[in-house]
Every structure is written in structure tokens, then in C-alpha cells.
Design a protein around this ligand. Structure first.
Ligand code: ATP
Length: 496
């Protein structure tokens, strides 16, 4: 129908041109404008058609993307179970139709970046024997009104067409970063275009019917459910939300095992220890650690990946690549005292907690102290939080004690300490007692400053009392550039 309409318009246009030419009108400008319009449309269509990726599945052509199974996703047991339960609605299509159950149209995967949301969508395609078409929210964002909406239509058309071509009954449409196109309406500056795009997505979701030859399931992935327009979350649209959280220790171990599978690991590699040391890491971070460790092994011409490679990889993923920055002699001395300060406080508060201290630059850090991973912890007491502030501020305090003034090297320590102090205030653990989010900012800043100041005084007293140790340790660090936790503790014990 659409093609016929286009042809009729084209025909009328040509007839008019011939008519005006015969009447003696100058038609060259019209021909030029027509050519430009056609060229623009052609480029636009081409760009749009190349936007969406068909993620090929087992048995459907040669796949550039490896087939993903739920077994390839480490941890996330609850998320996998909930997701599979939802997907069973598609697998049990006949029973669902018989009982007249409303078809499942959308599932939202919500959670931090790199936790395996895209992997889950890929596994879902295998589990439900569907084709998978992937797009990202940002691909729909354009300055020009109507383009986003047109792309949404094309995405769904492609899903229906690919499923038919592959002889599948279902197609999964994965929209990553769905918050970019599904944000609350009226909030964006160029909101007319955003709103039209979202309206089109809602229309397409509403258009999914039980009795269609090809059924589409939309899987949205986002880190920010709170930004989504409530219309998207309404029953009948994205009415299942599956939380995909950062993995716990057991999950991290499983993910490390998945990515280490088939790689030659030396006997001294203890994946459990690495899982322990990586609290707060996502699956993507863990994959990167295994990969970087293999790269280190290659650089050192080793046939097996050793524990040392994993340690290097861990520090690289945490802090960035080693840099050939060359601080001056005086700066190196300051960095050595700064890092020793952090490490001494860490040992004072939790014996055996220092994993390594170094004055070798890495990423943004001129030096750093790494602590051993603790058991996963989700709740902190006030005393624990104050102790963490002491460790953060010990670098700057050590500088003040030795050099008489601090430097800019403590900026990120201060940020971290302030964040912890903020947590104390809003958890109702400060002298202010229970507070609400509309606490005046002046009061908040004063309280945070006071909490940090009190801890700094205690750190100063401790370091002043133990100045002998501080000097010996800092000098040793300056000499050796890196001390392991064991070496650090030995020197600390021996020195007066
Ligand atoms: P984003 O929100 O940034 O798009 P995501 O949650 O979709 O991230 P994925 O793209 O699925 O994350 O994961 C990125 C990579 O991290 C995967 O290709 C995989 O190598 C690894 N990964 C993440 N989570 C897991 C997991 N649970 N098990 C195994 N590997 C994982």
C-alpha cells in the first residue's frame, strides 16, 4: 500500500513538472530540490537500516556472536530464575493461549553496568528459540522530529521480518539503555521528538497480539528504572522487572571460573581469593581481570597465567595502566609518606589488612595502598565508617605532620571521606540524629566537615606517637617503590 502511494505521488509530481515545462515555466530549481530530497532520504534510510543488529542464533546462519546459554552467566541466580519464569510464558504459548492469559510483552532488566543484562537477553533468545534484534536507546535519538519514531517502527518491522525469514515464532527485541528513549515524557529539552519516539514504542508494544504469526517480546535494559516514564511500566507493557545486581562472592567466583575456563592457570592461582578481593566488581570487571592476567602472562612470555599476573591485572582494573610518570625526588618522598600514612592506619584498625603499598603511578594515582578484600559487607556501623574515614585521611595527615602542609594529592581521599561522612549523616548516625533529604546544605556541609576533622585529629595523634615507624616505613617504600603487605607488617613490627 505504502509503495503504491509513493508511486502515485511521484507520478503526479512528474506530470506536474511536464505540464509546467510545456507552459514555459523554469523547472530546473524544482528538479534540483527534488534530487536533494531524494538523496537525503536515501542516506537516512540506509543509516537506519544498518542500525539494528541481528544477533544470530544457533542454526540460523553463521554467528559472529557466540551462543550464550544461561549456564554461561555466573551468579545472578535469583535474576536468572525470575527471568526464566517470565520467559516460560513464551515457551508455554499454547497453554497460555488456552487459558486466555494476556501475552507477556515486555521484561525490564534493571541493574548496574556490566552485570550481564545483555548476556541474559542473548540467553533468552536461545531459551525461547527466538531471533534476537538488538538496539541501543541512543540509536533513536535524533534532532529531527519523527526520525526516532520511524526507527522504532523499523526496529519492530525488522524483528517480524527476521523471525519469519528464520522460520521462528518469536522475536526478542533488546533495547539497551532504554532510559534514553523511555525517559519521563516532557522532561527533555527537545521533548517533542523524544515524546514521539516513546509514543511510537508504546504503540508498537500495545500492537503485539497473541494470535500474531510472529510474537515479539521486548527486553529493555537500564541502570535507571527511576527515569522511565510510568506509561512504560504499566501492566501490559514492561510489567516484569528483573533486578540484575552486582554479584556476591559466590557469584564472582562463578564468573571468574567461567572466564578462566580453557585458560592455562598456574597452580598458585586461587580464584577464590580473587573473588574475595573483588567486592563491588561487576561481571564485566571480572572478565577484564582474567583477560588482563592472560595479557600479562603473554608479555612475560609465560605459558601459564600465574598469581602475579592476576595481582597485576587486579590493580590495573582497579586503578588503570601503570604509567611512566616521573615525579621529582621531593614529590616521591611526599607520596611515600602519604601512602605509608594510609597503610599504617589501615593496619592499626584492621591488622593484616594491607595487601600492598606502592609509589608507582597507575591511572590517576601517583601511588596507592591496596587492602585485602574483606567478606562482602552490606551494613556498616558508625565505628566502622569512622575508621574508614581515618584510613582515607591518613595520607594527607602524614604529609602535614612531616612537611608542615598538605598537597593536592589528597583530593580523591577527601571526596571518599566526605561521601562516607554523608552516609553517616543520612543514616541518622551523626549528632544531628535522624535527618531527611531536605536537610539545609549549610548544616550538611558543617556536619561533614566536623566529622572528618574529629577523625583527622585522632589520626594525627596516632601518627605523631608513631613517627619513628612512619619515617622507617616511608624510607623503605621510597627505596623499594613497592612493599607487599607482609613486608610492610614486618618492618612496622620491627621499627620503634
Ligand atoms: P551495560 O548495562 O553496560 O550494557 P550489561 O549489564 O548489559 O552492561 P553485559 O554486556 O551483559 O553487561 O556484560 C558485559 C560482559 O561482562 C559480558 O560480555 C561478559 O563477558 C561479562 N559478564 C558480565 N556479567 C557476567 C556474568 N554474570 N557472568 C559471566 N560474564 C559476565
Amino acid at each position: 500500500m505504502k509503495i503504491a502511494l509513493k508511486e502515485i505521488i511521484l507520478g503526479i509530481g512528474l506530470a506536474l513538472l511536464v505540464f509546467f515545462a510545456r507552459q514555459g515555466f523554469e523547472i530546473t530549481p524544482f528538479i534540483l530540490i527534488g534530487a536533494v530530497v531524494l538523496l537525503l532520504k536515501f542516506t537516512m534510510d540506509n543509516r537506519t537500516n544498518n542500525r539494528f543488529t541481528l544477533v544470530e542464533q544457533k542454526g540460523v546462519g553463521v554467528s559472529a556472536i557466540p551462543d550464550v546459554d544461561f549456564a554461561d552467566i555466573g551468579g545472578q541466580e535469583v535474576a536468572k530464575r525470575e527471568f526464566k519464569e517470565a520467559l516460560d510464558f513464551i515457551r508455554l504459548d499454547k497453554e497460555v493461549r488456552n487459558l486466555g492469559i494476556r501475552p507477556l510483552k515486555g521484561i525490564l532488566l534493571a541493574g548496574p553496568p556490566g552485570t550481564g543484562k545483555t548476556l541474559m537477553a542473548k540467553a533468552a533468545a536461545g531459551y525461547t528459540d527466538s531471533v534476537l534484534i538488538a538496539a541501543a536507546g541512543s540509536q533513536f535519538v535524533e534532532m529531527y522530529a519523527g526520525v526516532g519514531a520511524q526507527r522504532v517502527r523499523q526496529l519492530f518491522n525488522k524483528a517480524y521480518a527476521e523471525a519469519e525469514k528464520a522460520n521462528k515464532q518469536t522475536a526478542i527485541v533488546l533495547i539497551d539503555e532504554i532510559d534514553v528513549l523511555g525517559a519521563k515524557r516532557g522532561k527533555n529539552i527537545s521533548h517533542m521528538e523524544y515524546d514521539q519516539t516513546l509514543n511510537e514504542l508504546l504503540t508498537q508494544i500495545d500492537g503485539i497480539k497473541v494470535n500474531q504469526q510472529v510474537r515479539v517480546l521486548v527486553v529493555g535494559a537500564t541502570n535507571r528504572v527511576d527515569l522511565l516514564d510510568p506509561a512504560l511500566l504499566r501492566p501490559g507493557r514492561f510489567d516484569r522487572i528483573v533486578r540484575v545486581d552486582l554479584p556476591d562472592k559466590q557469584g564472582r567466583l562463578q564468573i571468574l571460573r567461567i572466564h578462566a575456563k580453557g585458560k592455562p592457570l598456574a597452580l598458585d592461582v586461587d580464584l577464590e581469593q580473587i573473588a574475595q578481593a573483588t567486592f563491588g566488581f561487576s561481571g564485566a570487571h571480572l572478565e577484564s581481570i582474567v583477560n588482563e592476567a592472560a595479557i600479562y602472562a603473554l608479555r612475560h612470555k609465560r605459558r601459564e597465567i600465574t598469581n602475579r599476573d592476576f595481582k597485576e591485572a587486579l590493580e590495573k582494573v582497579m586503578l588503570g595502566e601503570r604509567l611512566n610518570r616521573n615525579p621529582s625526588g621531593e614529590e616521591r618522598l611526599r607520596i611515600a609518606y602519604h601512602e605509608t600514612g594510609h597503610a599504617m592506619l589501615s593496619e592499626k584498625i584492621n591488622k593484616g589488612s594491607v595487601a600492598s603499598v606502592t609509589i608507582i603511578s597507575r591511572g590517576n594515582a601517583l601511588g596507592y595502598m591496596r587492602q585485602h578484600g574483606q567478606d562482602d559487607q552490606y551494613l556498616y556501623t558508625k565505628a566502622e565508617l569512622l575508621a574508614r574515614i581515618q584510613v582515607c585521611m591518613a595520607g594527607a595527615v602524614a604529609e602535614e605532620l612531616v612537611f608542615g602542609e598538605r598537597s593536592t594529592g589528597a583530593v580523591s581521599d577527601i571526596e571518599q571521606a566526605a561521601e562516607i561522612a554523608r552516609k553517616i549523616v543520612f543514616a541518622g548516625l551523626s549528632d544531628l540524629g535522624v535527618v531527611t533529604s531536605d536537610l539545609p546544605s549549610g548544616v550538611l556541609v558543617r556536619t561533614i566537615t566536623q566529622i572528618i576533622k574529629e577523625q583527622e585529629t585522632q589520626v594525627y595523634d596516632y601518627l605523631a606517637e608513631n613517627q619513628g615507624k612512619l619515617h622507617v616505613l616511608a624510607q623503605k617504600l621510597l627505596e623499594q617503590e613497592r612493599l607487599s603487605g607482609v613486608q610492610f607488617r614486618q618492618i612496622m613490627q620491627k621499627s620503634a
